[in-house]
Ligand binder design. Structure first.
Ligand code: ZN
Length: 140
């Protein structure tokens, strides 16, 4: 079975464990995701790729309850999904969430990075994207 990432340079797997790849400014330490060539803070072009932490906390979230407008390229069968900003310490990352029930999502809850199937392309290759999954029950 073959699979590929939804876009190059977003994440990598090491020993079967996924990591997001961001970039860090060598001048001022600002971290970005996704990677970019120039620093948004000091504007220098001195960024190097860096592995981001796999775990963080949910900073904000919403639930996409209807099919997004084109150029949305998801599966034909639309199912609601959560979208959130995850605080990884150095950077806030916008990502899909594996949980789509707002009753089970909580700001500040711990989440971890997972890879999940997104769609199958015209050659039958599984396209994989990243998402964050809650790591603890949010019923407290
Ligand atoms: Zn900088």
């Amino acid at each position: 079975m073959t699979s590929r990432a939804v876009a190059p340079g977003l994440f990598a797997e090491r020993d079967g464990v996924p990591h997001l790849i961001g970039s860090a400014c060598r001048s001022c330490g600002t971290t970005t995701f996704p990677q970019q060539d120039g620093c948004p803070r000091c504007t220098r072009v001195d960024m190097q790729p860096c592995e981001l932490p796999r775990t963080g906390t949910l900073w904000s979230f919403t639930v996409q309850a209807f099919r997004p407008k084109p150029p949305y390229q998801g599966p034909e069968e639309f199912t609601p999904y959560g979208v959130g900003y995850v605080d990884l310490g150095a950077v806030l990352v916008e990502a899909r969430l594996t949980e789509s029930d707002p009753e089970k999502l909580r700001i500040g809850a711990p989440v971890e990075l997972v890879l999940e199937p997104f769609r199958t392309d015209s050659e039958g290759t599984d396209v994989v994207t990243f998402a964050f999954a809650p790591t603890a029950p949010s019923t407290d």
